[in-house]
Design a binder for this molecule. Sequence first.
Ligand code: NAP
Length: 220
Amino acid sequence: MDFNMELLIWIAYLGAALLVILGLKFLYSTMAEIRNIGATEKKKDDAVPEASDAANALAAAESVIVIPGYGMAIAQAQHKVWELTRVLQEKGVRVSFAINPVAGRMPGHMDILLAEAGVPYDVIYDLENINDQFPTCDVALLIGANDIVNPAARDDDSSPIYGMPILDADKSRNVIIIKRGQGSGFSGIENPLFSEDNTRMCYGDAKDEVQKLITDIQSL
Ligand code: NAP
């Protein structure tokens, strides 16, 4: 074999070795890319926001009492509230509705809205039939309600609403209040219930906030 032929064979060997190295490198980078995609997807999964405190408290409750007020009427949230009720019932939560006779802006206001949404009568209770159930209730869920749950009407004889019938939501283990902000109710007075330790405020329009609760509870 002359020198040129030997050189050609060596060049062929080197070329083959180079091809093998390049092939391995390509294989390695492709696999790393696949691993990265997996990691990114896992990161995306990890970034899914956790359900809110309020959603966790509702889903873990044995009994929930829903108190609708004027804000539910303003937001037209009654259908969403009934949807939330069914989601909770599917999780085994006992849900009742409590009606204050002066809730809303006309007699029977809440009854009309709940009937329109299809809430059955056997889960709707008048004030005198439900007030003694609050101390054993896990969560009182207030939807745009304010004056009708203001403890000042029961406890503070200097309050302008003293003597007005109220639902004793403050006596339940947890209170979740949906309203848009710090706005007062029809009476224009403050509500000490909003700053109690067992109260969680969910600020926003009632329909939107109830939808958020539904989504969160369904994700649990
Ligand atoms: P309320 O005391 O008037 O309180 C309603 C609350 O709903 C407000 O504090 C408001 O707070 C919130 N709200 C308004 N729009 C909302 C929205 N889109 N989403 C979520 N929250 C919203 O109502 P109530 O507790 O039903 O009490 C009724 C009052 O009306 C009583 O004082 C009663 O005496 C009086 N009243 C009743 C009648 C009747 O026949 N039923 C008649 C006349 C007067 P934000 O602004 O912070 O959201």
